[in-house]
Ligand binder design. Sequence first.
Ligand code: PMT
Length: 350
Amino acid sequence: GTRIRFPRFGEHLASLSVPNHSLCLETRMNADSGLEASGKTLEAQVKAFFDSAPPLHNSNEITQNLNHFIQRNSSPLGRRIVCVTSGGTTAPLEQRCVRYVDNFSSGHRGATSTEYFLKAGYAVIFLYRRRSFQPFCRSLPDDPLLECFEPTNELNIQVCEAYSEAVQRAVVEHHSAVAGGLLLKLPFNTIFEYLQMLQLIALSMRSISSRAMFYLAAAVSDYYVPWKDMVEHKIQSGHLLDVKLVQVPKMLSMLRREWAPLAFCISFKLETDSNILLYKAGTALEKYKMHAVVANELSSRKEQVVVVTGAENIIVQRDKNQPDNDVEDPLIKLLSEKHAAYIQDSGPQV
Ligand code: PMT
């Protein structure tokens, strides 16, 4: 199990869960490694993060795909494009990673929102955690290949009756979105991959200025082990583990200020204590200059969210009278309207 140690003065303590391993894990974060205490500017913290990150092995291919996707949806269509981030990032503890710190997010919010953005006429760049929920697959069982099909004889298979409608819908809608050039899917695992890819997307989206939207539903690591400080091989279990974690710089500021300053930016705020939720969302709105922050409480997140803007707090609820209705349906309608107003206020497009 995980051992919790009380912090000495000047230390923060984090307890980590290590999937599939019973390991005594003790982490100590010196106040010095915290961003506020480090005295470094945000730019210096961001540089340190990216310098420490193992480079993406396919960044040229990703950039080419992004440019092609954006170009295709821009002229002559002038379509709005949203980057939806989805799922949790991992922070590896070893370079040849066996163990990692994970962030809770099933990817349901991001996958469902992607479907509603497509319905609303957007092209979607879906930046998602591998093996998290996927658009159009919500009605399928967790292991679709094994459960959705049955053999008819030794050579042939067919879709089981119970899943035929869901499989038909998933295959047709997914195929038409991807083949129609409206959905670009980019997977990540680690915080290093996620933030490098987010930066590539943002820099590519600059060309469409206010028609770009960022919808940041991913649960992003707050702490990481810099690559150069990480052991190469699997940490041996049975030992007390002393890991120095460094705070991940909040990239929301970089996104707004440097990477895509004209894009419409929506971030999320997740809390388990509803008493502090709106306060924290309001603080994030101001601090990171977001256009809106979607506040959600863990246990009610599929029923209700609150959209916090500078002018008002708007409660958005799932329509309970319709059994298959999702809270993302009214949420995306609302954000799409706000984005349209923002584009109009921003003046003529480049
Ligand atoms: O996927 P589901 O199971 O459906 O759940 C959806 C959700 C609850 C995960 C989602 O609705 C949600 O709230 N996502 C954000 C959760 C989160 O990480 O909140 P946060 O308070 O840690 O971060 C707030 C914002 O800062 C996020 O938009 C994040 O992108 C950003 N961030 C966070 C850490 C960091 N180092 N840099 C960041 O930019």
